[in-house]
Design a protein around this ligand. Structure first.
Ligand SMILES: NC(=O)c1ccc[n+]([C@@H]2O[C@H](COP(=O)([O-])OP(=O)(O)OC[C@H]3O[C@@H](n4cnc5c(N)ncnc54)[C@H](OP(=O)(O)O)[C@@H]3O)[C@@H](O)[C@H]2O)c1
Length: 327
């Protein structure tokens, strides 16, 4: 039985989810994946915080200790923001280590560079968790892109915005009231700016764009509008006409080969693939040349949806490493 060492960067919602799943499934993974996974270290910012669910020996605030782990195979990156996440991910790759990230802020900007670097160093990068949480959109796209062209992507990529728009319509509530309610239920952060301004959806759209088209539009050319200006009167008026507000992140390849992208509220009717997506769910509709339109729907965030797709990324990496070579 091969023993493999992994490290987790960040021990918040997502990091703790990874820790829990790997430990809970450790025996099963011995059978299904043929490896005994050992969590060798966990990187945090503040080592003095009490951490009831992990041994203090595992916790460090020094990234050099992570790199010094002998035969480290995978780094699960679940910290917040562009830096030091990018620097740590790049250094892990340079050390011959696979990286699996949930960090959309970092990956939307540096994903293509990290993937190029991973090729150079013969390792892999997993990023399913960066976009639409538990919805397997990256894996599905990687698969269908082998044969199909994707020419248009439309997504509901932020569950908080979708929850607010859904509640405004179904309960007849005002934006501020639903936002407070979402914060109480844990669907919205204490600082909801990234969610309701459209910035979070924008970052995820850029990750999908890089995957589908191998490039992103110039960020400054993308109109990003949030949901804060939508009034309950507008929602009611739309409802009376059989329409719904959806916060849509949209990128398509024009005939001239240029990408056109926008993020903002749209009024959609029942024929639209995103019309029926309610509550905190995310969805991604892909227009492809052979399949037609494919829509994926599911939970866009949360400890276990997010952490489990990261562990799935790892299982995929193992499967690729052991896949028989055909000539
Ligand atoms: N939460 C979700 O449902 C979700 C879904 C998809 C993607 N994501 C992404 O996953 C990442 C983690 O999210 P989260 O919700 O788990 O965040 P979180 O609960 O705020 O936890 C962040 C963790 O990162 C650690 N950290 C922050 N800065 C660090 C630094 N400079 N060096 C070392 N450790 C650092 C923190 O350490 P301390 O504990 O010491 O403060 C904390 O343990 C983010 O990039 C987020 O966008 C989250």
């Amino acid at each position: 039985m091969a023993a493999v060492k992994v490290a987790i960067l960040g021990f918040g919602t997502v990091g703790q989810g990874i820790y829990h799943i790997i430990n809970e499934k450790r025996e099963q993974f011995k059978e299904t994946l043929g490896v005994d996974i050992e969590i060798a270290k966990i990187l945090v910012r503040d080592v003095t915080k009490p951490r009831s669910n992990a041994s203090q020996d595992l916790i460090t605030d020094n990234f050099e200790e992570i790199l010094a782990i002998p035969d480290l195979q995978v780094v699960f990156e679940a910290i917040v923001g562009e830096e030091p996440a990018f620097k740590y991910s790049a250094r892990a790759i340079e050390n011959g280590c696979n990286v699996i990230t949930a960090n959309k802020v970092m990956f939307s900007k540096h994903g293509l560079v990290l993937q190029e670097k991973a090729k150079q160093y013969g390792v892999q990068v997993g990023y399913e968790a960066t976009t639409a949480g538990g919805v397997p959109v990256i894996k599905t796209m990687q698969n269908i892109l082998r044969v199909n062209d994707v020419h248009h992507i439309q997504g509901i990529l932020n569950g908080t915005s979708n929850y607010i728009l859904t509640q405004m319509r179904s309960e007849g509530l005002a934006f501020d009231d639903v936002l407070k309610d979402a914060q109480n239920l844990g669907y919205a952060e204490a600082d909801p700016y990234n969610d309701i301004s459209g910035q979070d959806a924008f970052r995820k759209l850029m990750i999908l764009s890089a995957l589908a088209f191998g490039k992103q539009p110039r960020w400054e050319d993308v109109d990003v509008i949030g949901i804060t200006e939508i009034t309950s009167e507008q929602v009611e008026e739309a409802s009376a006409k059989g329409l719904r507000y959806r916060h849509v992140a949209d990128v398509q390849l024009g005939e001239d080969g240029e990408l056109v992208a926008k993020v903002g509220p749209e009024l959609v009717g029942p024929e639209h693939p995103l019309y029926s997506i309610e509550g905190v769910n995310n969805a991604v509709a892909l227009d492809t040349n052979y399949i037609g339109t494919l829509t994926l729907i599911g939970p866009g965030a949360g400890m276990f949806p997010t952490a489990s797709v990261m562990v799935e990324d790892y299982a995929d990496m193992l499967a690729k490493q052991t896949a028989p070579v055909t000539i």
